[in-house]
Design a protein around this ligand. Structure first.
Ligand code: KIV
Ligand code: NA
Length: 265
């Protein structure tokens, strides 16, 4: 099978084929996602929430991201694997950003990294790119800045923030990013940004005019039962499926039904 590359994504954008991206954090899930024909697997720092149970993405470490990423890489034979640089591993110091990105590429075998922010992280983006590491941007609702925002609500509804987002997107493209995730912004702004760029945009809660879409796998599979924001389409109710299966197992064990004659040696 031919591996999806950053060039493949650019070609898809050029011919108007939408890019489908999902998160994964472990080998088994990555294999399911890859076999289903996803273009890009994101090892998101949302692992901090859905895998580790933290309230925000801030606590996850670079070592933990590398562990998740290396597991995903072993399960992905076709998809492009993009890995988030976690909070504290790139801000302010471009040398540290480069070192973090190199560790992700080298120790996990990832294919690209993703970083939150615009003009303020330009130096880090450039420096990572000089090492030949593809960089994806992330603008709009950037969850590592949740304590600055104070809320997970829609970003860039005001003109000033919308203007900055447009400038940041152009700057990231000019620096050499191969794509930009735009999270939770008005659909009209996402359309405008997408049309202003040559590189693809990947939306989450950013409407239908982005070059592609991304969702957190636990959310779209309904593993994360209570999480139902407007932008989320839930494709399965795996919480209920798994909960039901486990209840059946518990009752079979208690009832001495499992294991039966055929299920033993
Ligand atoms: O960490 C993550 O899952 C993400 C996506 C929501 C874009 O950054
Ligand atoms: Na993320």
């Amino acid at each position: 099978i031919k591996r999806v590359t950053t060039n493949t994504l650019q070609e898809m954008k050029n011919r108007g084929e939408k890019i489908a991206m999902l998160t994964a954090y472990d080998y088994s899930m990555a294999k399911i996602v890859d076999d289903a024909g996803i273009d890009v697997i994101l090892v998101g720092d949302s692992a901090s929430n859905v895998m580790a149970g933290h309230e925000t993405t801030l606590p996850i470490t670079l070592d933990q991201m590398i562990y998740h990423a290396s597991s995903v890489v072993r399960g992905a034979s076709r998809s492009l694997v993009v890995v988030d640089l976690p909070f504290g591993s790139y801000q302010g110091n471009s040398k540290e950003a480069l070192n973090s990105a190199i560790r992700i590429m080298k120790e996990a075998g990832a294919h690209a990294v993703k970083i939150e922010g615009g003009i303020e992280i330009a130096e880090s983006v450039s420096r990572i790119l000089t090492a030949g590491i593809p960089v994806m941007g992330h603008l709009g609702l950037t969850p590592q800045s949740i304590y600055k925002f104070g809320t997970y609500t829609v970003r860039a509804k005001e003109e000033a923030e919308a203007q900055k987002l447009k400038e940041d997107a152009l700057k990231l493209q000019e620096l050499g990013c191969f794509g930009i995730v735009i999270e939770k912004i008005p659909a009209a702004l996402a359309k405008e940004v997408t049309e202003s760029l040559q590189i693809p945009t990947i939306g989450i809660g950013a409407g239908q005019d982005c070059s592609g879409q991304v969702l957190v796998i636990h959310d779209m599979l309904g593993i994360n039962k209570g999480f139902r924001p407007r932008f989320l389409r839930q494709y399965a109710s795996l919480y209920d499926v798994m909960n039901g299966a486990i209840k059946n197992y518990v009752s079979d064990v208690k009832a001495r039904d499992f294991p039966n004659e055929k299920e033993q040696y």
